[in-house]
Design a protein around this ligand. Structure first.
Ligand code: SF4
Length: 266
């Protein structure tokens, strides 16, 4: 019997880069399998965008994790919420479901890291999963990604007006401005994030964002909004040729090579 050919897989996060990658690859690799690791804590805008991607590209998207979501694993971890130093969420909700989806066969995993990003695409240590980086190979940068999305008619997900990354609504990698906007756009979700903080069980005061609780942060709402306006103004002055979407993306995007959750945020 011949060797089973490698599967081709592409993880969609509901963010701009993985979506542009799907736009780029769906004709070149018709056998591509698309998946989305669903934490159960995503924004409704993310599901809407995924549905748009599915319909526009005519692809099937496999939703992983449906039965074991964030709250299940929070229980397993004794109520200790994840943080940049204790990132059980990425492993449990993103990497392990992917590894299960792939199984023991060979798979080529398409990763949407851009040529202008200085990050590795680690998503799994398993040797049967081989990562490839089409944007890097083709020297495609952020403006190219925005153009690909524009040309495809998909555009950006609607949350990009106030948030730069996909992922859980309470993700501890979001900026303070994004928390303020979460409270504005989804007050119920903001309140749930506050409750997670207040119910944290290991005796420490837990804060999703550095140095303050969400209640303290929201009390500084006007100050945070004013700082955001100043950043926008500065960015507009430096990059006069950029579109508003690019300006906002630059302001919200922290080009931090340490950001671990490539699986969540691409
Ligand atoms: S989006 Fe954030 S909170 Fe959710 S799994 Fe990824 S790192 Fe964890």
């Amino acid at each position: 019997m011949g060797k089973t050919p490698a599967r081709h897989i592409l993880g969609l996060s509901g963010g701009k880069d993985s979506t542009a990658l799907a736009v780029l690859m769906h004709r070149e690799v018709p056998q591509m399998e698309y998946f989305f690791c669903d934490t159960g804590k995503e924004l409704s805008e993310t599901y809407e965008y995924l549905e748009r991607i599915r319909a526009r590209l005519g692809i099937k998207i496999e939703y992983l994790n449906a039965e074991r979501d964030f709250d299940f694993w929070l229980g397993v971890y004794g109520g200790v919420l994840p943080s940049p130093n204790v990132r059980w969420c990425t492993r449990k909700l993103k990497i392990e479901p992917l590894e299960k989806f792939v199984g023991d066969g060979q798979a080529i995993s398409y990763i949407g890291i851009r040529a202008d990003e200085n990050r590795d695409g680690y998503i799994s240590a398993k040797s049967n999963i081989t990562p490839v980086y089409p944007f890097k190979e083709r020297n495609l940068r952020k403006p190219d990604i925005l153009r690909i999305l524009d040309d495809s008619g998909l555009g950006l997900p609607s949350y990009y007006q106030w948030r730069s990354r996909s992922g859980c609504y309470f993700c501890f990698f979001q900026r303070k401005y994004e928390w303020v906007m979460l409270a504005h756009e989804h007050p119920d979700l903001f309140q749930k994030a506050v409750e997670y903080e207040q119910n944290h069980k290991d005796g420490r005061t837990y804060t999703w964002t550095q140095g303050e609780t969400l209640e303290e942060l929201i009390a500084r709402r006007d100050e945070i909004l004013a700082e955001h306006e100043r950043s926008l103004y500065r960015e507009k002055k430096i990059n006069t040729d950029r579109t508003l979407a690019e300006i906002l993306d630059n302001v919200l995007d922290v080009d931090n090579d340490e950001l671990p959750c490539l699986v969540c945020h691409l």
